[in-house]
Design a protein around this ligand. Structure first.
Ligand code: CTP
Length: 403
């Protein structure tokens, strides 16, 4: 990465402190960082900290004679390989979407001819507001890359989407863009230009407004696979049931609850080159979700009737123009792993099944996995490994199959 240059615009938000950690990561990787600090940003981090970590001067004034004498704002906007906005506040996003140019940061965004990556950070209501979502769509339409935001607890005490992506995730997204087309698809990013759909986590099936049928899936293996595919350059849509995991770098996440919502979200994300169904979808749901909380009564406990949920893997694998080229399913088995997995491959109509024996200690909910890869051609036994390693190996196999 030596010789690569990032122009880092730091907006005004509590997440500005993460821009300092990001600057360190970039400098450690040999990337030059030239910071622009907005007036609001300077309320959260000081020019001195940013300048010391970036090992460069901090730019903040549009009409600064000294800055202009050394480097005009147009030149500044073109002086990097990539412009990164972190945190990208609602205000900065709105200015950039509308082409406003009243200060140095917005003028730079309007004048640049370089790719732009934004890491939004704001209160959840501001993020959800139709104006911000409209601006986001406009920016994406203009070719702006976006990483995050994540879901979680916010400095303002609310909960939801709006937390800036972690510095490591922004760093990964920057690396992807810097390596990107310049290095060519063969330089470690064989899935560039490919879209892969991943389902992960459990589903939750409502019984009434306060009760659910769900399972213990942590989502860890599916999230690791989504992250590994993104690292290889794929555009990844991760359709996720309720889990408490951060979104992997470079992954677009769609949150759902029920199996039916998960099916609808996967279908909305098509077309895809590959689909990897890792989710532990609830096989059944209550036939009726009560609008009001069920109360104890003299009739004793209610009797639940369950109905079968749609099979997302089988639906994606069904032949038709929208079928992904490669459809991969998972099978968690407790006995006769190979035979059950083979039967599942045939029944679901998918191309590969990744099977594991969940009775092995430390696999269910743990860090490691020991899997069999079953294809129509044969079977491979993979050594027991960390779930991240299994994810990386599977992503590499998918890349090989698609290229
Ligand atoms: N799957 C799915 N939709 C469902 C059920 C399962 O997409 N409604 C997917 C899972 O994501 C996984 C694969 O199908 O990739 C295997 O799931 P599993 O529940 O083990 O398969 P079943 O068909 O339910 O078989 P059984 O319960 O008999 O083992």
């Amino acid at each position: 990465m030596a010789g690569r240059r990032v122009l880092l615009i730091v907006g005004g938000g509590i997440a500005a402190y993460k821009a300092l950690a990001l600057t360190r990561l970039l400098r450690k990787a040999g990337v030059a960082v030239r910071p622009i600090l907005t007036a609001a940003g300077a309320q959260f981090v000081t020019p001195l900290s940013l300048s010391a970590l970036a090992e460069d001067k901090v730019y903040s004034e549009l009409f600064s004679l000294t800055d202009e004498a050394e480097m005009g704002h147009i030149e500044l906007s073109r002086s990097a390989d990539l412009v990164v906005v972190a945190p990208a506040t609602a205000d900065l996003m709105a200015k950039a979407a509308h082409g406003l140019a009243g200060d140095l940061a917005s003028t730079t965004l309007l004048a640049t001819d370089k790719p732009v990556l934004m890491a939004p950070a704001m209160n959840v209501r501001m993020w959800d507001h139709p104006a911000t979502q409209r601006n986001l769509a406009t920016l994406k339409g203009d070719g702006v890359h976006v990483v995050g935001p994540d879901e979680g607890a916010m400095a303002c005490g609310e909960f939801g989407y709006g937390r800036m992506a972690e510095p490591e995730a922004i760093f990964e997204a920057i690396m992807g863009l810097l390596e990107g087309p310049a290095a060519g698809p063969l330089a470690g990013r064989p899935l560039s230009g490919r879209h892969v759909l991943v389902t992960a986590g459990p589903t939750a099936e409502a019984l009434d407004p306060v009760r659910l049928l769900t399972n213990r899936s942590s989502g860890r293996q599916g999230y690791a696979i989504a992250g590994a595919l993104a690292k290889l350059g794929a555009r990844v849509t991760l359709v996720s049931g309720p889990v408490s995991l951060p979104t992997p770098a470079g992954v677009d996440r769609v949150d759902v609850e029920s199996a039916r919502d998960m099916l609808a979200a996967t279908q909305a994300a098509l077309p895809a080159d590959a689909a990897v169904c890792v989710a532990a979808v609830a096989d059944w749901r209550p036939d009726e979700a009560f609008g009001l909380k069920l109360k104890k009564g003299k009739d004793g406990p209610p009797t639940l009737t369950l109905v079968e949920n749609p099979d997302i893997l089988a639906t994606l694998a069904a032949s038709g123009p929208a079928r992904p080229t490669l459809v991969v399913g998972f099978a968690a088995e407790t006995n006769d792993v190979e035979a059950h997995a083979r039967a599942k491959l045939a029944r679901k109509g998918c191309d590969w099944i990744i099977a594991n024996d969940v009775t092995e200690p430390g696999v269910m909910g743990g860090e490691e996995n020991a899997v069999l890869l079953i294809t129509r051609e044969g079977i491979e036994r993979w050594d027991r490994a960390h779930k991240d390693q299994v994810a990386a190996d599977l992503a590499a196999r998918i890349a090989k199959a698609l290229t």
